[in-house]
Ligand binder design. Structure first.
Ligand SMILES: Cc1cc2nc3c(=O)[nH]c(=O)nc-3n(C[C@H](O)[C@H](O)[C@H](O)COP(=O)(O)OP(=O)(O)OC[C@H]3O[C@@H](n4cnc5c(N)ncnc54)[C@H](O)[C@@H]3O)c2cc1C
Length: 401
């Protein structure tokens, strides 16, 4: 007979979204079980670059300054580079203080730290167990256990079991584009001199380069064009990665020669690197983080969304457990309201990326118009409402010849 346990809340997945939800609910005294598939942290397809808005969320979650110093490396800007050589730097309103800087995160330190905070708050964190399915108020685990819960939280990323079992997964709008990601060793990490992250756009895709703590640089490649996807299928991840790295223009601040990097971990992939759902909550479940929808790493700021959705979800679950019958449905509406404009910005940027001459036109204007560039950085970094990008005055300032 399988062991059956009863919980108030079962959280599926121990990434930033699941851990943050667990921390917030456990601090309210809720009985929380978080189940994470990995026994211990291991590199997987995920992102590391983020804006100061996410760092502020981590502080609000209770991550202490010494821990932030350990998990986050300050970057001076994200430098966007086009195939024709136009460059502009997004500084996200950086005024020279750590509080206002974009960062590269060490996920191998951040994710376990957030799970530790969840444990300290009182959540039961069970690693090395996978949730196989969630149906009819019960979750089946691969260790043979069954969990009955009043609320199930899908924090299980792009291929969410909870979303799949709820029947809400839809085709993502940007098609089947895959992403590949890994770290390379940085022989001389210049700890005291923050360097730029880079977003290098090439014909048919883009590659993000983000220095992270521990003398490493994260590489995240998105292959948008069908020709690259075919190349990945026929030649494999290592050869495709080498071909992309060879396209990165040499720069004075290169921490490593991109043609001969030393890889620190396996090349992990996600395909498609996006997900879309028709609903983010139901009668006894809700979705947070990537499981609730993720469009693309170029503008996605998935980490910020993971932490904000966790905060909204914890409030909604707490109200639901207090007997508010509309709390979970209200969560869905609130998250949709908060993400709609940013998703529209992301789709607009993707439309430009898909039309190289239009992208080049916009990039040249961003490079030469500092106020417009600053606003764009704040929109992408979730520091001002995304609707700012649809203000006719902003659009005219960006697009006028
Ligand atoms: C290639 C790539 C590049 C990205 N780049 C960026 C970026 O630059 N900036 C940014 O902000 N965001 C980026 N993102 C998104 C970012 O990684 C996520 O938004 C972030 O990790 C928060 O996600 P999460 O907690 O929702 O999911 P995840 O971090 O994916 O965590 C999900 C967890 O659920 C566990 N899990 C899954 N299924 C089960 C199951 N059935 N049972 C138990 N456990 C399970 C997994 O092991 C994992 O630990 C990128 C994503 C990818 C794939």
């Amino acid at each position: 007979m399988s062991k059956v346990e009863d919980r108030q809340v079962l959280i599926v997945g121990g990434g930033p979204a699941g851990a943050a939800t667990a921390i917030r609910l456990a601090r309210r005294g809720r009985d929380v079980l978080l189940v994470e598939r990995a026994e211990s942290w291991q590199w997987r397809a995920c992102g590391v670059f983020t804006s100061p808005a996410t760092v502020a969320e981590l502080r609000r979650l209770g991550v202490a300054e010494p821990d932030l110093d350990r998990v986050a490396r300050r970057l001076s800007a994200m430098r966007v580079e086009t195939p024709r050589g136009t460059r502009f730097r997004l500084t996200y309103g950086d005024d020279g203080s750590l509080a206002s800087a974009a960062v590269g995160l060490d996920r191998s330190a951040l994710d376990p730290h957030l799970l530790d905070l969840a444990r300290i708050a009182g959540a039961d964190v069970r690693t090395g167990t996978t949730v196989r399915d969630v149906r009819d108020g019960r979750a089946t685990l691969t260790d043979g256990g069954v969990v009955r819960a009043r609320v199930f939280v899908g924090a299980d990323g792009l291929r969410s079991t909870v979303a799949g079992d709820a029947g809400v997964v839809r085709r993502p709008p940007l098609g089947d584009r895959p992403a590949l990601t890994f770290h390379v060793a940085e022989p001389e990490p210049h700890r005291l001199a923050p360097r730029d992250g880079r977003m290098v756009v090439f014909d048919g895709g883009y590659v993000g380069l983000a220095p992270v703590p521990g003398g490493r640089v994260n590489v995240g490649i998105v292959l948008a064009a069908a020709a690259w996807r075919e190349r990945l299928r026929s030649n494999g991840a290592a050869a495709t990665t080498a071909a992309v790295l060879a396209l990165i223009p040499a720069a004075d601040d290169d921490p490593v020669p991109w043609t001969a990097p030393k890889l620190c971990d396996t090349i992990e992939g996600a395909s498609p690197v996006a997900t879309r759902v028709a609903a983010r909550s139901g009668r006894d479940w809700l979705l947070v983080g990537d499981a609730a929808g993720f469009l693309d790493p170029f503008t996605g700021e998935g980490l910020h969304r993971a932490l904000r959705s966790a905060e909204l979800a914890a409030d909604a679950i707490d109200r639901h457990l207090h007997g508010d019958p509309s709390a979970l449905a209200a969560y869905d509406r609130a998250l949709t309201r908060r993400t709609r404009a940013k998703d529209a910005v992301s789709l607009l940027v993707q439309a430009f990326l898909g039309a190289p001459s239009a992208f080049e036109y916009a990039a040249r204007r961003l490079a030469s118009r500092s106020e417009v560039r600053e606003t764009m950085g704040r929109v992408i970094g979730d520091l001002v409402p995304a609707s700012t990008a649809f203000d006719p005055r902003f659009l005219v300032a960006l697009l006028r010849p």
